[in-house]
Design a protein around this ligand. Sequence first.
Ligand SMILES: [Zn+2]
Length: 344
Amino acid sequence: MNLTRYFSRLIILSLSYIAVFTFAKVASATTENDQIVLTFLGTGAPRPSLERYGPSILVEAGDHRIIVDAGSGMRERLFQAGGFKKLTAVDTILISHLHFDHTISVSGLWLSGWLYGRRIPMNIYGPAGTEQMMMHLQKAYQWDIDYRGIVGVPLQGVELISKDIMPGVFFDKDGMKITAFEVEHMPVDFKTGKALKFRGQTLGFRIDYKGRSVVFSGDTRSTKESKILKYGKGVDVLIHEVQVPSPGNSKEAKLANVSLPVHSTPEQSSYIFSQTKPGMAVYSHIIPPDTTKEQLVRESRPFYKGPLTVAHDLMKITIGDKILVEKIKVMEEQSFEKSNVLKK
Ligand SMILES: [Zn+2]
């Protein structure tokens, strides 16, 4: 994104919420085929929350339907966002790392998407260990698959194809390029801050589509070595995790703060935003999930003055000539008959 475009966005985004919603209405009437549309299915973390489900974001661009991370409740939020149609349309899940809050809904979408009409395989991309996890999931659900097969559910589409990926471009088709990069979420000694020897990798992603771009930080602390400084430079939308230290000495505060060395405080995330200058900076994967928008903005503003959005579940961001932030309308009636998914 060039400087003029960046500043024009800055001005647009400084306008009031009302203005943003007015833009949003115009945009939804004229959806263009070079847009990237993000739907935040879950904006929380491991701690159960009815307001913020586990981390998961739907990315739609052209014919692509991709989910980044499969946090708890992802299937239900996807159903709220688009009923059976969206539930059966997603055929790709990117996993940033193998923590349960990022993987727990893989089987939910893989199997219910198939049961309700997806007739193409589900593809999973993630760091080393993903293939093994998916092989075990397939084994775990073999009884279910065999059972449904024997009573007549077509087995086409139940395939689960997984790939362990390394940093670099791992997906490049139909105008979409996806790059993985390493982020700093591997375990460290809580007292010394030194890296502990441990297997695997933790990743962030950058998606490019027809000149639009979005970066997902994955889970990460923020240092001057952060690869997000490179991949997030001038990106349209930079989605970054955040953890606010829990005050006090309660058991829960202690448990939450153990993970602080591998996450980013508002000040640290703001440093990344201020260096990369995205068209829109977005907080998602918010720890603890009951942190308020006001608190995050207040703690970030001394360090980052640019456009900032605190994501909430079922928020939508459209990346086009403008960046539009909306709350999506939840589908009230979920009629399987009307969805026409079986006619595909
Ligand atoms: Zn996480």
